[in-house]
Write a protein that binds this ligand. Structure first.
Ligand SMILES: Cc1cc2nc3c(=O)[nH]c(=O)nc-3n(C[C@H](O)[C@H](O)[C@H](O)COP(=O)(O)O)c2cc1C
Length: 194
């Protein structure tokens, strides 16, 4: 099973990447689970311009292909202005509509405080729903007090991240065929079309 962890943080170092790392390491302890990180602070994706996703090239093409190839995902983002980052939004804007259909997704968010905890419910879950993917119960939110000296030190958050990883792997293994029903076709411009 290929599990892709996606970080929408533009920062280095990144608390979101630290949190994803805890979940990723746990997922990798399962038999036959290969975990990879798509770190959007390193990947310079072009800005979505509404073209057909098939027409993107280079780094953007590579990012799209990695998401499409994944069996399951962990998606993490810092809270920016009460929601997910522009970088993460842009990744979702360049994906084909069926890129995530039927796949389990574990959600992780970090914020300065707990004020925007519910953005997991109101921002990220609808996004996952649009793609007809499964937002696995147990999304994890960490605030700045959970980190110290470049580490995620809160035992409760670390335990929840490991539980989330277990749940995502379990969902992916038990997912029935056709779990992501076909969506209506949304036409896109091709690169040669005005
Ligand atoms: C532009 C910007 C906007 C932010 N907006 C919020 C916010 O609305 N709510 C919040 O809790 N934290 C906010 N923060 C704090 C970050 O979400 C928080 O420090 C996060 O853990 C950073 O994650 P990172 O290190 O992975 O980038 C903001 C930070 C920046 C730079």
């Amino acid at each position: 099973m290929d599990l892709l962890a996606v970080s929408g943080s533009p920062s280095s170092p990144s608390k979101t990447v630290l949190a994803l790392d805890v979940a990723s390491r746990r997922a990798a302890e399962h038999d036959d689970v290969h975990v990879d990180l798509l770190d959007l602070r390193e990947q310079e994706l072009v800005f979505s311009d509404g073209r057909d996703p098939a027409d993107y090239t280079g780094t953007t093409r590579d990012a799209i292909d990695r998401v499409v190839a994944a069996d399951a995902l962990l998606v993490g983002t810092p809270m920016y202005r009460g929601g997910y980052t522009g970088r993460l939004k842009n990744l979702f804007d360049v994906l084909p509509n069926d890129a995530l259909a039927g796949k389990p997704v574990g959600l992780v968010a970090t914020g300065g405080t707990d004020h925007h905890y519910l953005a997991l419910e109101h921002e990220l879950k609808p996004l996952i729903g649009f793609f007809r993917a499964w937002a696995v119960p147990g999304a994890v939110y960490a605030n700045n007090t959970h980190f110290s000296e470049g580490e995620l030190v809160d035992d409760g958050v670390r335990a929840r991240l490991r539980d989330l990883a277990d749940a995502v792997v379990g969902f992916a293994r038990g997912m029935p065929a056709g779990a992501g029903a076909a969506a209506p076709d949304i036409p896109r411009k091709s690169a040669t079309e005005a």
